[in-house]
Design a protein around this ligand. Structure first.
Ligand code: 1JT
Length: 263
């Protein structure tokens, strides 16, 4: 019997089969959860619907997370179909490509607001609308990255957005905790997703990561899915407001050994 038998999960942010959100959705399904999907409209027919169907799901709704109305509409559609919600996965982020290279000091006001609105505020808005459906408590899970806490070259405004997101996780955990709703984040090592592809410096970062991280292998979307089995089930009933690293131990390293540095 799965850890999530009878649970209902809604996953925001699948783009394709390389998405961390897809790794998480697969794992939740394997544990017995019913899984629905919401992503940007242009991704749905070609990418998301076939993936959803492969795990027996026909709840696939478009959502622009910058719109409160669209978020409300998706939650209403979920309520009409499933009544209640147990698990909310937020795997959504965006920044202008131009803001993910060069100096952070050059980030425009618009670029800054855009990154924070889509990557951090959207968690608050989704949590607020999901809350009334989580009548039996629940688990809210988001995705972050090490660039939130230490400076990672080129991550720039996304680092600030992820720092904001991690603080939102803590404040939401306090607001929703009394209702049995837990809120946590997975801080994943670099994974070659659609979001990461083409970002300047990502390829090098991905290669260097494997040489330095204690496990000496890349982090996979299945690794993230496995952490999600724990964070979305009662196994983690005593855990909320946390950032859980799925990074092969990268974050514990102060100075890597000479071998890892390449000489
Ligand atoms: C976004 C993008 C959020 C890439 C992201 C992300 N979170 C992690 N990555 C991968 C990454 C990107 C850079 C990096 C290290 C990891 C792109 C679209 C917007 C949202 O720095 C070298 C830039």
């Amino acid at each position: 019997m799965g850890l999530l038998e009878g649970k209902k999960a809604l996953v925001f942010g699948v783009a394709n089969d390389h998405s961390i959100a897809w790794g998480i959705a697969k794992a939740l399904h394997e544990e017995g959860a019913t899984v629905g999907f919401s992503s940007m409209e242009f991704l749905l027919d070609k990418r998301v619907r076939p993936l959803a169907e492969s795990i027996g799901s026909d709840f696939v709704e478009p959502c622009d997370v910058q719109s409160d109305e669209e978020i409300k509409r998706v939650m209403q559609a979920w309520q009409a179909r499933h009544g209640t919600l147990d698990i909310l996965v937020h795997a959504v982020a965006f920044a202008n490509r131009a803001d993910l290279e060069g100096q952070f000091v050059n980030t425009s006001r618009d670029g800054f607001q855009l990154a924070i609105d889509i990557s951090a505020y959207s968690l608050v808005a989704l949590a607020r609308e999901a809350r009334p459906l989580m009548t039996n408590g629940g688990s809210i899970l988001t995705l972050t990255y090490y660039g939130a806490e230490k400076v990672v070259a080129n991550y720039n405004v996304m680092g600030v957005a992820k720092a904001t997101l991690e603080a939102c996780v803590r404040y939401l955990a306090v607001d929703l905790g009394p209702e049995g709703i837990r809120v946590n984040a997975i801080s994943a090592g670099p994974i070659r997703t659609l979001a990461a592809s083409g970002v300047s410096g990502f390829k090098t970062l991905h290669r260097k990561f494997q040489e330095i991280t204690p496990t000496r292998r890349p982090v996979t979307i299945e690794d993230c899915g496995n952490a999600a089995r724990y964070l979305c089930s009662d196994l983690s009933a005593g855990v909320t407001g946390e950032v859980i690293y799925v990074d092969g131990g990268y974050n514990i390293i102060g100075v890597p050994n000479a071998e890892a540095l390449g000489g």
